[in-house]
Design a binder for this molecule. Structure first.
Ligand SMILES: CC(C)(COP(=O)(O)OP(=O)(O)OC[C@H]1O[C@@H](n2cnc3c(N)ncnc32)[C@H](O)[C@@H]1OP(=O)(O)O)[C@@H](O)C(=O)NCCC(=O)NCCS
Length: 143
C-alpha cells in the first residue's frame, strides 16, 4: 500500500481498486483468480506485480497491476517482476499476455517500459477512461 500510495501515476480511486485486488488474493489466492509476486531488497518490499488468467479464454492472461517504489525505479526491478510473471504464465500453459493502459502523458514512461519488454499495441479505444484518455491494449505472444 505504501508503494501504491506513492505512485503518482495512480489516481486515489485506482489505488482503492488495486487494494481490493490484493485483499482478494490474500483472502483466497486460488479462488481469487489473481497471482501476486513481490520484489524485495533485504526484507523491504520494493515492487509488486499482479496478474491472472483472463476468464473464458484459453491461455490468455492479463497483467493487471504493477509498481516499483519511486526510489528504486530504473534498476531492472520492474523487468525482473515482468520476467518472473511471464515465466509463471508460460509454466501454466499461457500463450498470450495482455496489458491495458492509458494513453495520457503520465503513462509515457510506462508505455516505453512495456514496448521495451516486447509488448505491442493491438487496439485503442478512444476516450475510454475519460475524454482524451484512450485505452491502449498491448499484447505479447509468449509461445
Ligand atoms: C513501469 C515500472 C513498473 C517499471 O519499473 P522499473 O523497475 O523502473 O523498470 P526497470 O528498471 O526494469 O526498467 C526500466 C525501463 O523502464 C523505463 N522506465 C519507465 N519508468 C521509468 C522511471 N521512472 N525511471 C527509469 N526508467 C523508467 C526505462 O525506459 C527503462 O527502459 P529500458 O530498460 O528499455 O532502458 C515503474 O516505472 C512503475 O512503477 N511505474 C508506475 C506504475 C505503473 O505505471 N505501473 C504499470 C502499469 S499498472
Amino acid at each position: 500500500m505504501r508503494i501504491l500510495q506513492n505512485t503518482p501515476e495512480f489516481k486515489p480511486s485506482e489505488v482503492v481498486v488495486a487494494e481490493e485486488v490484493i485483499d482478494s488474493y490474500l483472502h483466497d489466492p486460488i479462488a481469487s483468480g489473481y497471482y501476486t509476486l513481490v520484489a524485495e531488497i533485504g526484507s523491504t518490499v520494493v515492487g509488486y506485480i499482479c496478474y491472472g488468467p483472463t476468464p473464458l479464454t484459453e491461455g490468455t492472461w492479463d497483467l493487471y497491476w504493477a509498481a516499483v517504489t519511486r526510489e528504486e525505479r530504473g534498476q531492472g526491478i520492474g523487468s525482473a517482476l515482468w520476467k518472473a510473471a511471464e515465466a509463471e504464465i508460460k509454466q501454466a500453459q499461457g500463450r498470450l499476455a495482455i496489458i491495458e493502459t492509458s494513453s495520457t502523458s503520465e503513462y509515457e514512461n510506462t508505455r516505453r517500459f512495456h514496448l521495451g519488454r516486447g509488448y505491442g499495441e493491438i487496439a485503442r479505444i478512444p476516450d475510454f477512461y475519460a475524454p482524451g484518455d484512450d485505452k491502449l491494449i498491448l499484447q505479447k505472444r509468449l509461445r
